[in-house]
Design a protein around this ligand. Structure first.
Ligand SMILES: [Zn+2]
Length: 162
């Protein structure tokens, strides 16, 4: 299973140069990161910011290279919050909780849990509802397996044949 590479401060500065690196380093001294977690080659955590809600920070790697950064702050990534998360990984990797990869985690959820999750996602990001409208509706395949007749809906040959 891929894990994020071991990082030094130089690596982080290389990924995210000044002024954000220096700002992030100062910020890091105030322990701004909460609930840090690692999922395969992805780091995530909350970072205290200027807004009441903490920012959500995600960094993904591809091998030893940084692939993408995301932050819910106005900059959207490559910011001091990302630097703070990376500095925590460089200094205290043992503080990160290990979580399942997202696809694995989703597969282990029940239908009800998935519906609740999508519901919550749409509450936070209402424009994602577009995805429901634009994608073609899922095709419901008639199952070929035998089911109790009382559950079958609509016209049915088997009923007529009785
Ligand atoms: Zn940020």
């Amino acid at each position: 299973m891929p894990t994020p590479p071991h990082l030094t401060e130089d690596d982080i500065q290389h990924y995210i140069p000044d002024p954000y690196f220096s700002r992030g380093k100062k910020y890091f001294a105030h322990n701004p990161i909460h609930n840090p977690a690692v999922r395969n080659d992805r780091l995530e955590g909350y970072c205290t910011g200027t807004e009441p809600e903490p920012y959500w920070v995600v960094v993904t790697f591809a091998g030893d290279n940084l692939r993408a950064t995301h932050c819910s702050c106005p900059l959207g990534g490559q910011c001091k919050h990302v630097v703070a998360l990376l500095l925590l990984w460089a200094n205290e990797p043992e503080g990160f909780v290990k979580r399942q990869a997202i696809d694995v985690a989703l597969r282990t959820m029940t239908r009800e849990e998935l519906v609740a999750l999508v519901d919550e996602m749409l509450k936070r990001e209402p424009q994602l509802e577009d995805l429901l409208n634009t994608s073609s509706p899922p095709k419901i395949q008639k199952r070929q397996t035998r089911r109790p007749r009382r559950l079958s809906a609509g016209p049915s040959r088997t009923v007529r044949g009785r």
